[in-house]
Design a binder for this molecule. Sequence first.
Ligand SMILES: [Zn+2]
Length: 468
Amino acid sequence: MLDANETPCQAHWSYGPPPAAAASSDVRAVAFTDHGIWYKDQTLNLLGRGTLDHLDAAIDAGAGAAFAFLANLVRAQSVAGIEQEALNIFAAEAESLGLSTTRLPFPGGPVADPSAGIAPTTTDRFQVLAASPGEGPLHLLLNGHMDVVPAETPALWTSPPFEPQIRGGRMCGRGAADMKSGFAVGMLALRALRKTVPDLFSRQRIGFVAVVEEECTGNGALIAATQGAIAPEVVVLEPTGLDLLLGGVGVLWIAVNVIARSGHAESAHRNVNAIDLGMRITARLRDWAADLARTTPEPSMSTDAHPYNVNLGRLNAGDWTSTVPSSARFGLRLGYPRAWTPDRAEAEVRRVIAECAEADSDFPLQPEVTLTGLRARGYLLDKDSPLARDLAAAHHAAHGTAPVAYTVGSTTDARIYLNDFATPAICFGATGHDLHGIDESVDLQSIVDAARTLARFILMRFRPGAMP
Ligand SMILES: [Zn+2]
């Protein structure tokens, strides 16, 4: 996920007053007319200033409990494979505000779906779907992933990564922002709506699904959607800094196993080191990605963006310090254009690696390339979609400011709904810092602010009857 510390590129749009007329085909140039926003704004006012004031008061009153809920989630170390404790905390919170919960079976191991990621072999687990009581399909779905990335260097953290601490208006801890903050935003909004408009879900149902494996495959959201966790629109509560995240690029995870002629360290100058060979492949892939950004730029990102970053995230090599390593395993993450399928991206990457080794006599053998996780296709929600427009209007109604709509050089589970279920999905949430990094944190006030926007959006979806 994009980090709030990053300066937004000029490709970001704003749902503000319209700039001078521009070609409608180029998404970067088109901004939104303000008519749509004000009209929707009026809709909310029709619900009566009183209702909205009560709603905001209920959100303020519920903030402390939402932060305590978030702290409990952060304490439950839900890295890949052990998310159950945190999911149970989510289920208990949902039940405490009158939602019914279902544990959706999540099978460990391979998923037979063309758009699935390569699952790490784990034990059978479950995911949780919470929903307002009643029968029938869901009218709106909130989505959150309960899995967090590891925090393998706790000594570098100011406070232990899984012991949440509040400092300077922020909660610090692994997952505090990405994306357990989203569960706090969702529950705070739903609890305040339950207090302010108790019968809001009497005619149509809302769902809130907590999935796993967003960080490594996306199979959680995919499987849950086939088990009923789907609706005509989905809001993914990722930490977007109170802006609207509309899309992302393709992402592929691979492992490259390199073999080299090993030997004693005293003859290291005559032998070829497997790590060095792997670094040559990594350098070649980085050049390839830079070329790709020039030849196939991401239309929704500015020209100086780095849409297709190559990240060397894991490396295993060497069995003895005085031995030149004979093998090395490089764990790489690669971005690729939205227009490509995962299969095309895989074929391209395999071609680049094979050519690199072919052209270099130091490679005794072709490296072995395996897929290890994400096979994510890029995605983009239309910025003029009712979902984007109405969420922007709800934000404007709550804060008097227009959110920015943007895209990122990474991916989210929103792609699953858009690409595989033709369902509009958008990311919206709190302001996070140092996502996946050291001292990850979330602005507590932004959880309250996001809940205000989300609650108004939910009101718009479940109380359209108030419209003239
Ligand atoms: Zn996330």
